[in-house]
Design a protein around this ligand. Sequence first.
Ligand code: GLA
Length: 382
Amino acid sequence: MSTSVREQFIARYGKEPAVCSFAPGRLEILGNHTDYNEGFVLSCAVSQHTCFAMSPADGTKCNICEHGKDQELDLNDIDTPVKGDWRNYIKGLLVDLKRRGIKFGAFDAVLDSQVPLSAGMSSSAALEMSFAFALKTIYGIELPLADWARVGQAVENKFLGLNSGLLDQFSSLFGKKDSFILCDFRTVEVLKNVGMPSGYVFVVANSMVKHNLVDSAYNQRRVSCENATAAIRKTHPEIKTLRDVSSELLEACKGDMDHIDYLRAKHVVGEDERVFRAVDCLGKDDIAGFGQLLYESHESSRVNFENSCPELDILVELSKSIPGCLGARLSGGGFGGISIHLVEIDKAESYAERLKTAYKSQTGIDAATFICSIGDGAGIKA
Ligand code: GLA
C-alpha cells in the first residue's frame, strides 16, 4: 500500500515524498455509544488503511492528489466546511491545530484509501489520523497520541457538528495486531490488549445502507444519555456520566426520567457491562459466551437504543441460520453501515458467501462481505 502511495507521489510530483503515513479503520466489537459517556469499548484496528505521501510546500497553497485528481486547498481559506467535501476533514484538523497555537505550513500530498466509506468502519478517522501523522512528521509537531485523537474529534464535533466520542480516532491510533483493545474513555487509555480468540475471525457484512451520522439521530441519542444522567444526579450527585451507573441503579431511578431517555441509558449501561463480561469470557476461552454477548448487544440496539435498521436486523437474523457463526451485531454508530459476525475460521469463506446470497434474496441488495484481519494502529512507513 505505501509503495503504491509513494509511487503515486513520485508519478505526480516527480520526486520522493518526505513521508508516507498510514492509519487504519476500526471495528467496534462491543461498547456501543459508550465512548461519549466516558465508558468502555472493546475495539480493534483493521488492516485496511488510509495512506498519505507528503512533502512540505512553499506558500499557502496545498495540493492533495486522490485517484489521479488534484484537489487544492489554500491555508488562508480553511475555516468553512463545504457540504459533502472530504477536504473538510483536513481543513477541520488544521483549524484545530491553529486553535491550539500549533504552527504548520503548506504541503503537497497524495491520498489513497482502502477503508470503505460511510460504512461504520471510520474511514473519516482513518483519513484524519493518517493526515495527522504525515503533517506532524514534516512539520515536527509534538503532541501526545491521545491528543491527536482529540484533534480528530474536534473536526467532527466543532467543524462538522457530529457530537461523536473518541472511539474512532483512538482505535485507529492505538490498535494492536491480532488483538482487541479495551479502552477506557474516562482516562482515555488502553487498559489492556485482549487477544482475538484463535480459530475465529470476524466477517464484516456491509448492509449498504448509507448512514450519515450528522443527519441521523446520533446527536439526539447523546442528549438522551445526558438527560438520563441529569435525572440520576438529582438523587445521586456523585454520578458524573453513565459510566458510573450500574443496571441496578438505573432501574432504581427509572421512574425519575423520561422513558425514551431510560431506554437509551439502559443500552449504554448494558454495553459497559457487556464489555467486561466479554473480557471475562475471552479470558476463559468461552467463545460461545462471547458470541452471545454480541447478539445481546444487537438486540439492545434494536429495542433500547433504536440505532439499528431493518437491513442490519436481517443480517443478524441470517447469521443464526448459517453454520459457523457464534454471534453478530451492528458495529459503530448504527442506523445503517456494517454488521460484524464472529465465525469459525474454516467456515468463514462459505459463511460470507452464503450470507451475501441470503441477504440478496431477502432485500435485493448486494452486500459487501469480507473477512477482516486485525492490524496495528497508525504509523509512518519506513
Ligand atoms: C461512531 C462515533 C463513535 C462512537 C460510535 C458508537 O462511530 O464516531 O465516537 O460513538 O459511533 O459507539
